[in-house]
Design a protein around this ligand. Structure first.
Ligand code: MF3
Ligand code: CO
Length: 248
């Protein structure tokens, strides 16, 4: 069941959205060669707590951290660790969820560390563009399939592939609500978006194969061919005449 949010509820989600964005800005300003992914996690945890908010991932299905930090061939859900040190040339995707006044925000960015290969740079850029292509023509009445179509078309036109095993999602009082929001699919298919729906759109784009492996830690997802992957996510509210991006 898709939960439609009132204007008042969207105003509350705007606040959790801003905190979510602030975490990612803070991580972007802090990330440096030599830090561990656990260092980043602590920065995010301390900031969220300082705002009177709650990290939504921590304890979700037993997940042990505030952030997911996924380097290079890790697609998503990398568990922060003291033993994972950030190195020059890596692409580091950071995903965070924040609960504030009972409402959720969810967003991710992929950061470039130091000098990075041209193909990785292009992958990160195209992944962001996939998100913006997806929201460009969204409004009340748009079929959900148009999102996946836009992401897939742009990714594949650039020679990249779209992860199928994980999808975006509705979001509200729960992190994961209906509908599922795939990053692939056909134009004109699926339910129609309506004013008051709030969804997390999160392209996960791979340099090589779209296929992934699920790691034995129960969380981590890596590309099957161990080539790099990038992730970009925002929480988006559907309005009468377009979208409002709540985490940007
Ligand atoms: N942004 C991810 C998602 O949309 C985060 C989930 S990680 C978890 O599914 F640890 F909280 F599960
Ligand atoms: Co999400």
């Amino acid at each position: 069941m898709i939960k439609i949010k009132t204007d008042k509820e969207i105003a509350l989600m705007r606040e959790s959205g801003i905190l979510t964005k602030n975490v990612l800005d803070l991580i972007g300003a802090s990330i440096k060669v030599g830090m561990s992914t656990k260092d980043l996690d602590k920065i995010a945890y301390d900031y969220i707590k300082s705002q009177g908010a709650t990290p939504s991932f921590l304890g979700y299905g037993g997940y042990p951290a505030t952030l997911c930090v996924s380097i290079d061939d890790m697609v998503v859900h990398g568990i922060p660790s003291d033993d994972i040190i950030i190195k020059e040339g890596q692409i580091v995707s950071v995903d965070v969820g924040v609960i504030y006044n009972g409402w959720q925000g969810d967003a991710a960015r992929t950061f470039i560390v130091g000098e990075v290969s041209e193909e990785k740079k292009k992958l990160v850029k195209v992944t962001e563009e996939c998100f913006f292509k997806a929201v460009e023509n969204l409004c009340d009445g748009t079929p959900l399939g148009n999102i996946g179509h836009a992401v897939q078309t742009h990714a594949e036109a650039n020679g990249f592939s779209v992860v199928r095993a994980l999808v975006g999602h509705g979001i509200g009082k729960e992190m994961h609500e209906d509908p599922a929001v795939p990053n692939y699919g056909a134009k004109g298919t699926g339910i129609r978006l309506k004013k008051g729906m709030v969804i997390a759109i999160e392209p996960m784009i791979n340099l090589g194969t779209y296929k992934v492996d699920f790691l034995s830690d129960g969380w981590g997802v890596r590309t099957k061919d161990r080539m790099p992957s990038a992730h970009y996510e925002n929480t988006v509210a559907i309005t009468d005449n377009g979208v409002e991006i709540l985490t940007l």
